[in-house]
Structure formats: structure tokens, C-alpha cells
Design a protein around this ligand. Structure first.
Ligand code: KIV
Length: 261
């Protein structure tokens, strides 16, 4: 059996200049694909809200939903690190709430780490989780859980002020003990500067090619839903087309009384 990727491996990848491959997955079948393809880490992202559960955004996703899907992913992955996303309002209320819920992700779902969104303001919470022995991945830049406050999704860090604030956030979260940092929706050059500045690995999404690793949403990569993919995504397969066509053939077989004959 392969040894599971750990936070120490993440540090080693950074020092060796080896790119880290992270992808989202939301169930055992997807986890099996990602594991077999050689990904280092699987993020059970709260993007599950849009991609799997049919919500408009990530805000309605509950901790119970995250626990159930993270456990399914964990059961099917033998060597990938499994990171559970802390959903909206499961960690922002108090440090105690964050500790309790992040602990449930490890104890009940078997996650190897958790991820939470936010900059310097989240540093005390992040530090407390790490003190308790919970590996935490930070997430700065475009924060999907802040979509209502922001009035939509946009590139962050374009102005000098925003870029400086993001650099400060990155250093503060590293200081608080994050083992890695997702950089989402920021200019490629800023992502490169932050990546060079940090001792911990940066994992980019819509942040250009210079991060220490990349994370992509599996539903975009494989066109699972048939929705228009975001600009930054590369579509490697059209599983929606393949599946729809296969089911269409099944429908025809049954209707024409050819099925099972
Ligand atoms: O929920 C998610 O899929 C994420 C990635 C976009 C990083 O947070």
C-alpha cells in the first residue's frame, strides 16, 4: 500500500521544487479516479455546493454534508492527502466553534487536514487549530464564501493596496502555522511573488502557472455538468457529453424493446 501524502511531504515538495497536484473530489468514485491518476491531494471542497448539491453558491453547504462526502472520499483514497473544506459559518463564529468542527472533520470523516477561507483575521483561529494538532490549509484572494459581501466573483490583488494586503495575509497565515495556502483569483505575477516569499507551498487556482502547485475543480476539468467552464479551467474530457449519449442509447434500447434481449 502506498504511504499517504503528509504535510511533511508538502514541505518536501516545496524545497525540491516539485509541483503539487491537488484536485477536488466529492465522492468515492471520483476519489478513486484522482487517486489512480496520481494526484497528491484531494480537496473535498465546499464547491460541492454548486457542483454536486445544486445550490447557487457554497453558502448553504452544511458541516454534515461536508462530513459525509469527506468520509466517502477518504474511504476510496489510499495515498492522497484528503483535505476537508470548512463550510460557511462552521468556523467564523468563534475559535471554539472552529476547533470543534475541524476536530469532527478529522475524527468522523477521517480527513488529514482542513481548509478555511480568510486572511489575517482568521490567523488566531488557524493558530489554535494547529496548536490542537489539526493541519490547516489557508485560502486567500477570491473567497467564494464572501460572494454576497463582494457582490460576485472577481480578480483580487489588482491594486497596489490589495496586493500588499494579500502579501501580509499570506505571511500572517504562514506565521500562524498553515502548512499550505490556496491562492485563488489573483494576478499571476502577484501569485509568483507570494510563492517566492513563502516557505510553505502555494496552491493556485486562477492564479497563473507560478504557484508551487495547482488545484482544479473536478467538475470543470471533466465537464461533468455541461455548464460553461470558468475561464481559468482547462477541460480535459467531456464526461457530460459521453454520459448523456450513453444514457440516450439506453433510453432508445428500452423504448424499442431491445434492452436485455
Ligand atoms: O471549494 C473549493 O473547491 C475550493 C477550491 C476552489 C480551492 O475551495
Amino acid at each position: 500500500m502506498n504511504k499517504r501524502i503528509s504535510v511533511q511531504d508538502f514541505a518536501r515538495f516545496k524545497s525540491a521544487g516539485e509541483k503539487i497536484v491537488m484536485i477536488t473530489a466529492y465522492d468515492a468514485c471520483q476519489a478513486f479516479w484522482c487517486e489512480s491518476a496520481g494526484c497528491h491531494a484531494i480537496l473535498v471542497g465546499d464547491s460541492m455546493g454548486n457542483t454536486v448539491l445544486g445550490y447557487e453558491n457554497t453558502l448553504p453547504v452544511t458541516l454534515e454534508e461536508m462530513l459525509s462526502h469527506s468520509a466517502a472520499v477518504r474511504r476510496a483514497s489510499k495515498s492522497c492527502m484528503v483535505i476537508a473544506d470548512l463550510p460557511f459559518m462552521s468556523y467564523q463564529v468563534s475559535v471554539e466553534q472552529a476547533l470543534h468542527n475541524a476536530g469532527r472533520c478529522l475524527k468522523e470523516a477521517g480527513a488529514d487536514a482542513v481548509k478555511l477561507e480568510g486572511g489575517s483575521l482568521m490567523a488566531p483561529t488557524l493558530a489554535r487549530l494547529v496548536q490542537a494538532g489539526i493541519p490547516v490549509m489557508g485560502h486567500i484572494g477570491l473567497l467564494p464564501q464572501s460572494v454576497l459581501k463582494e457582490g460576485g466573483y472577481r480578480l483580487h490583488g489588482k491594486s497596489a493596496e490589495e496586493a500588499e494586503a494579500l502579501k501580509k495575509d499570506a505571511l500572517t497565515l504562514q506565521e500562524a502555522g498553515a502548512f499550505a495556502l490556496v491562492l485563488e483569483g489573483i494576478p499571476a505575477q502577484l501569485a509568483q511573488e507570494i510563492s517566492l516569499m513563502l516557505e510553505i507551498p502555494s496552491i493556485g487556482i486562477a492564479a497563473g502557472p507560478h504557484c508551487d502547485g495547482q488545484v482544479q475543480v473536478i467538475s470543470d476539468l471533466l465537464n461533468l455538468s455541461g455548464d460553461k467552464p470558468p475561464k481559468h479551467a482547462k477541460v480535459y474530457a467531456d464526461l457530460c457529453g459521453i454520459a448523456t449519449e450513453a444514457i440516450r442509447k439506453y433510453v432508445e434500447d428500452v423504448k424499442q424493446d431491445k434492452f436485455g434481449r
